[in-house]
Design a protein around this ligand. Structure first.
Ligand code: ATP
Ligand code: MG
Length: 400
């Protein structure tokens, strides 16, 4: 049997909510490893233990766990039985010695943690005894600062786990503990990063995309589907609504002065998305706005767009510049998809000189000439939902 021991820290700070967070994290770990023959995932006194069959593919396990928010770090571990009253460390030290035989290192340290204070030995006793043994059998130096190798020991009541490599997790909070939010996703670089950041704070993302259909091709929709599939690796199930927006935009173009179009589109998007969000029990709308980046993101225009929303609009990228956002998109892996050329609804009818300082009174006056309620209904009724899962479900093999 193989074990992975998972360490979370942010959760540990959450006091009374801790059980809730931990349960959610365990559930998410199970979902992320669903197809990898995991035997058990269980709580282990401020750690989580995964039990894997010997044939499990370590690389795949690492790849999955690196995307489970809430994990601070994790390591493959071996278990050794302990006697609480009379813990004989010889067996533990011997097993660690065996595990080090093929390791290249010059210096090492032992870091022990004791989950059960009834254990007759302190963490420091364990570090000293095991360290002295390893020094004797390997001839390597003990170095407490910046050693080549750290041996981690986690002591429980009847057993100890040791591991040699700590793998960094993504940090953050388990998806689901912060409710659901509706993410407006465009196919550009910014909005997938905005969704990622909210998921990392524990939110489940429901995605909404406004396509220029029927006036443009489905290119932007295909891109958005790819992006949503990629982001689903962090939350295991996603829903995407595609709203055909071309006809609505054409109506705005026919009746509204050109400089106001962008803000009018955005106010309609926010209202349609708001209806879908409430249907999905989301508490907020998320956009990839970054202050001052384009005409729709000036302080004045953001304020006027916000006014049309009933739910709070969350803008996790508001204070980031394009370089920082791009770096994050590269890190997540969405960048290469986002830069494929496409045409979403924003490329339709965008005026050459949009107003950057729109006043709410002007917008209200212009909106009076539209049947806003009718346009919202048109968008909501035409919204097409689809579902995504991760790990992707394999298509059933056709029977011969
Ligand atoms: P992005 O790179 O995310 O497209 P952007 O810099 O191009 O952002 P805008 O086009 O002004 O900026 O869009 C601002 C935000 O409005 C986007 O981040 C996204 O959340 C939302 N948005 C814009 N267009 C769409 C769309 N077609 N469908 C859904 N949401 C959109
Ligand atoms: Mg855009």
């Amino acid at each position: 049997m193989k074990y992975v021991v998972i360490h979370y820290h942010e959760l540990a700070l959450k006091g009374r909510n801790r059980d809730f967070f931990e349960r959610r994290l365990i559930q998410n770990i199970r979902s992320s490893l669903r197809d990898l023959h995991v035997m058990r995932v269980e709580s282990l006194r401020s750690r989580i233990r995964i039990t894997l069959p010997p044939e499990a593919d370590d690389r795949q396990v690492v790849d999955r766990l690196r995307r489970v928010f809430g994990i601070a770090n994790f390591s493959f571990a071996e278990a050794v039985e302990l006697d609480l009253g009379n813990p004989n460390l010889d067996v533990l030290a011997g097993r660690i010695g065996d595990a080090l035989v093929h390791r290249m290192f010059e210096s090492f340290r032992v870091t022990a943690r004791r989950a059960d204070k009834r254990l007759a030995l302190t963490s420091m006793d364990v570090e000293r005894t095991v360290g002295a043994y390893l020094h004797r059998v390997t001839g390597k130096k003990v170095r407490l600062k910046n050693p080549d190798l750290t041996v981690y020991i986690h002591l429980l009541t009847k057993e100890a786990y040791f591991s040699l490599d700590k793998i960094e997790g993504p940090g953050g909070m388990p998806v689901g503990v912060s409710g659901a939010v509706a993410c407006l996703i465009s196919g550009g670089i910014d909005s997938p990063v905005a969704a990622y950041r909210m998921m990392k704070r524990g939110c489940n993302a429901v995605f909404i995309h406004f396509s220029g259909r029927p006036l443009v091709s489905r290119a932007s929709e295909e891109k958005v589907r790819e992006l949503v599939q990629m982001l689903t690796a962090y939350q295991y199930r996603s829903k995407l609504y595609v709203v055909p927006f071309g006809t609505i935009q054409r109506e705005i173009v026919a009746q509204a002065p050109a400089p106001y179009r962008v803000v009018l589109y955005r106010r309609l998007m926010v209202r349609i998305a708001g209806e879908l969000a409430q249907r999905e029990k989301c508490w907020g709308l998320v956009t990839g706005d970054s202050l001052g980046q384009v005409a729709s993101q000036t302080p004045e225009n953001l304020t006027v767009i916000e006014e049309a929303a009933e739910l709070p609009i969350l803008r996790p990228l508001i204070g980031m510049d394009k370089m920082e956002i791009t770096r994050q998109a590269e890190h997540i892996g969405t960048f290469t998809i986002s830069i494929e050329p496409d045409e979403d609804c924003c490329s339709l009818f965008t005026p050459p000189h949009p107003s950057t300082r729109t006043r709410i009174d002007d917008i209200r006056r212009i909106e009076r000439s539209f049947d806003i309620g009718g346009l919202i209904k048109q968008g909501v009724d035409a919204a097409e939902p689809s579902e995504f899962t991760f790990p992707p479900r394999h298509a059933p093999t056709p029977s011969s």
